[in-house]
Write a protein that binds this ligand. Structure first.
Ligand code: DQA
Length: 145
């Protein structure tokens, strides 16, 4: 079964109650459940994980190099704008990488306009809310390699 890893970075565990005017009312569990359902329909194995810790996200990216994961969908949250270490880990992963942001980061503060992860991402989706994750999953499942 083809595998896709969905990674959510810091503070995304608070979705639903965290600045809903920016990030929406859906919880992380709602988003993940939608992804599990869609992936199952197409015979894909999706694994969704969230961490507030940079190193834990990196450990999961490294593990994905070795376990047959075809693609990583990642919302690195604030680490998008700071983490060379996450970029390095993604550079060592050979499958597809799709970067997702719930909000349109380009409409916000200028420090959110730069993404280290975009230097590696094959695709970037920003500003579509939770729909962005679904679009990313669809893209991966229809064109895994
Ligand atoms: C975010 C945008 C980031 O700038 C922010 O730090 C987040 C979430 C988004 O999904 O819109 O935590 O990645």
């Amino acid at each position: 079964m083809k595998k896709v890893l969905v990674l959510h970075g810091p503070n995304l565990n608070l979705l639903g109650t965290r600045q809903p005017e920016i990030y929406g009312h859906e919880t992380l569990e709602d988003i993940n459940n939608g992804l599990y359902e869609r992936a199952a329909l197409e015979g894909w194995d999706v694994s969704c994980r969230q961490s507030n810790h940079e190193g834990e996200l990196i450990d999961w990216i490294q593990a994905a190099r070795l376990d047959g994961t075809a693609a990583i969908i990642i919302n690195p949250a604030a680490y998008t704008h700071t983490s060379v270490a996450i970029l390095d880990a993604l550079n060592a992963f050979e499958g597809r990488v799709i970067e997702v942001h719930l909000s349109n980061v380009y409409k916000r503060e200028s420090f959110r306009h730069h993404s280290y992860v975009s230097l590696r991402a094959d695709g970037v989706i920003a500003g579509l809310g939770s729909q962005g994750y679904r679009a990313a999953l669809q893209a991966v499942m229809s064109q895994p390699g």
